[in-house]
Structure formats: structure tokens, C-alpha cells
Design a protein around this ligand. Structure first.
Ligand code: SF4
Ligand code: FES
Length: 381
């Protein structure tokens, strides 16, 4: 029922390629989830409930072909993620290929599998940037959230090595109830590591994180305190440390402009080559997505039903259709709309104008956090 309701509210695809061309720009960035394998078990993971095992991962030749096609289409930045992308033994070849294509590569890593000279080999292959996630600003929190003993020390070592190699460094801080009090400590940590950028990213509740939302959602007062602090420290550290802030939208009046709009300038790839308009799009179980090993990347980007379904503004239902903010937030996040209403075409319930806005904080009874593990979804169905 959710699927047919979604389809009814969406305008039909444009009938001519000339019409498509007028509204489709080139993608500039992609997020490649090279593997779903991961040494951590974070309860806030926003990957889908069912993860792909190693035997579903694309071989390196297929990745190289997809990246070549992406570069021809206009992609200039590739974010290599997972799971843990360094578990791929062919990561050096992938990075070297991106360097040959002139595509800027960013490694998004938990930083616990970069022992020995691995980071140096990746830098030699042409890696341009490293982003290391810290589940806490202190060892005890990092290890409790990621369920990996010794993780914090390994991350510190990886960050120091990145600096020694001259690689630009971003520290990623995924924020939720268990670590929201550590935001000032994250700033101190990023400064002590000589990071160029700190990403304070309030957790988004899709995929696995949706199951844990009642345990992870911070209290409103803590969120408001965090917003005030980040606004002030950002000003104070201008020119010293860049701070990106993914806002905690459960307590907002208006949604975020998720992905800068669906199919606007970026896409994601899963370990088996499925091409998605955003990294969480497979949580919209009513949609079907094409695979880049079976259809050219350009065709998927320009012509596939999934990429065109929520592209632009014409698909919008009311209240977005007649709203003055629709070109600022594009109606919010499709994945969040689906998770909360069962209809991916609905106005994001974060919006105060959504009929579902009042349901936003109707949380299920609080439970222990379920750790993320491959195969764990089977116990839930
Ligand atoms: Fe954004 Fe739609 Fe809400 Fe307007 S009604 S603010 S476009 S989500
Ligand atoms: Fe998928 Fe927002 S995360 S559209």
C-alpha cells in the first residue's frame, strides 16, 4: 500500500531525453561502500538491516570499470567507505586507478585496521584524504559504542600517521545519547591530533539505527546545549579547525536538504554495485535500484526510474508543492519519510507542516542497544 501510494503521488518520467537533459546535471561525487564487512559493531549504523557478505562484493576490475564510467560522467570526488574499506586487499589498486582518472579520493575508515605500513601504501597509491571515525572522544566511550577493545589507541595512532604522511585529516564524531556530552572533548581531540576538519554528525535514524532510536536519541536539552556550543566554537576556531555540523533534526522545525536533493549531484554504490541516490536508499523497500555492472552508470543516473522518482521539485505532494522553502530543503529526506510514514513521497515528518510531525517523538519502549553484526537481521524477522 505504501508503494502504490508513493507512485500515485509522483509525476511520470519525462517523455523525451531533451526534457531530461534540461533538469539533470552531472554528478560530482560518489560514495562507494566497497564492503559491508566491519570490525566494529556500532548500534547507530545506518546501513540496511541485511548486509552483504564478502561473496557478494564486486571484484576490483568491476570497481575500476564503474569508477572510469563515473569519471566520464563528471565525478571528481570518490568517498571510499563501507563497512570498513581497508578490509579490501585491493584498495591500493582502486585508489591508484582513481588517481589516474584525476578523481580525488577520500578514505572513510574506523582506523583500527591500518596497522604497519598500510596507510603509507595507500598514500603512495595516491590517496588524497583520510576521515577517521571516533565513537567517543575518550577510549572508554569509543570502545563501548564500537564494541572493539583497544580501538581508541589504534585510531589515535592512525590519525598521527596520517598527519606524518601529510594527508589532510577529518575526524568524524557520530553523536547520540551516549556521547553527546563529549562534543567539547571531540573539539579538543581534533585540535590535539592536528586535524583539518571535525565533522560533528548527529546520527540519522535509518537502517540499523532505526531499531535503536529509543536508546540513541538524545534528550532535547542536551541537543539544544550542543547546538549553542557548536555555533560558538565554530566562530571561535575559524581558520584553525573547520567544523561541519550535521544537525539533530528530530528536534528541528524544518528538515535538512538531504543529499542536496535526490539525484542532484551525487550517488552511492553498495558492495555489489547497486547504484543508489543516497547511501540509505535501500531502506526504502518499496523501490528497486539498478546495478552498475548490468546497466551503464550514465543510464542509471540519467534515465533510471529510481533516480528520477524524486528528482527536482515536480514530484512533491502538498504541503511541499506550494511551500516557499521547497528549493531550500527539497522536501527533506526520502529515507526518513519512508521510515516514519511508510511512504517515501511524503513530506519529511521533521517538517512542522507534515501531518506526521507529532509522531516524530513517539518512540518505542527503550531497550538495550542492539549491536550491528552481519547476519543479525535474521533474528529480527
Ligand atoms: Fe520543506 Fe516541504 Fe516542509 Fe516546505 S513543507 S519546509 S518544502 S519539507
Ligand atoms: Fe536517503 Fe535522506 S538519507 S534521502
Amino acid at each position: 500500500a505504501a508503494s502504490s501510494a508513493a507512485q500515485r503521488q509522483v509525476d511520470p518520467l519525462p517523455s523525451s531525453f531533451a526534457e531530461l537533459d534540461r533538469r539533470i546535471g552531472a554528478p560530482l561525487g560518489l560514495l562507494a561502500e566497497l564492503t559491508h564487512r566491519c570490525p566494529l559493531q556500532c548500534g547507530y549504523c545506518s546501513n540496511p538491516l541485511e548486509l552483504l557478505k564478502a561473496n557478494r562484493e564486486l571484484p576490483d576490475a568491476a570497481w575500476l570499470d564503474i569508477f572510469t564510467q563515473a569519471a566520464e560522467l563528471g565525478v571528481v570526488q570518490a568517498h571510499l567507505s563501507g563497512g570498513e574499506p581497508t578490509l579490501r586487499k585491493d584498495l591500493e589498486e582502486i585508489i591508484a586507478h582513481l588517481a589516474r582518472l584525476g578523481v580525488y579520493s577520500n578514505l572513510i575508515t574506523a582506523g583500527v585496521t591500518l596497522g604497519g605500513d598500510r596507510l603509507e601504501r595507500l598514500a603512495d597509491a595516491g590517496l588524497n584524504h583520510v576521515q577517521i571515525s571516533f565513537q567517543g572522544a575518550h577510549a572508554e566511550t569509543t570502545e563501548r559504542v564500537g564494541r572493539y577493545p583497544g580501538a581508541h589507541a589504534k585510531k589515535l595512532a592512525a590519525a598521527a600517521q596520517a598527519r606524518d604522511l601529510g594527508l589532510p585529516l577529518t575526524i568524524n564524531a557520530p553523536i547520540h545519547r551516549l556521547n553527546i556530552d563529549e562534543v567539547p572533548d571531540y573539539v579538543a581531540l581534533a585540535l590535539s591530533l592536528g586535524a583539518d576538519r571535525l565533522e560533528i554528525a548527529n546520527v540519522q535514524y535509518y537502517g540499523w539505527a532505526w531499531l535503536n532510536r529509543s536508546a540513541l536519541l538524545p534528550h532535547r536539552d542536551d541537543v539544544l546545549r550542543q547546538v549553542d556550543y557548536v555555533e560558538k566554537i565554530r566562530r571561535d576556531l575559524t581558520g584553525v579547525l573547520a567544523i561541519d555540523f550535521v544537525t539533530p533534526d528530530y528536534y528541528a522545525d524544518y528538515p535538512k536538504p538531504c543529499m542536496g536533493g535526490w539525484g542532484a549531484d551525487a550517488f552511492a554504490l553498495t558492495p555489489d554495485g547497486t547504484m543508489l541516490p543516497c547511501h540509505a536508499a535501500q531502506t526504502i523497500t518499496s523501490m528497486r535500484f539498478e546495478n552498475a555492472t548490468r546497466m551503464p552508470v550514465r543510464d542509471i543516473w540519467e534515465r533510471s526510474e529510481a533516480f528520477n522518482r524524486f528528482r527536482g521539485l515536480d514530484w512533491m505532494p502538498e504541503p511541499c508543492r506550494s511551500c516557499e522553502r521547497k528549493e531550500q530543503d527539497f522536501g527533506g529526506c526520502r529515507c526518513q519519510a519512508f521510515a516514519m510514514t511508510g511512504n517515501a513521497a511524503a513530506t519529511d515528518p521533521v517538517c512542522i507542516k507534515s501531518p506526521h510531525h507529532a509522531d516524530l517523538r513517539q518512540l518505542p519502549p527503550r531497550q538495550e542497544i542492539r549491536p550491528r553484526v552481519i547476519g543479525a537481521a535474521r533474528e529480527l524477522v
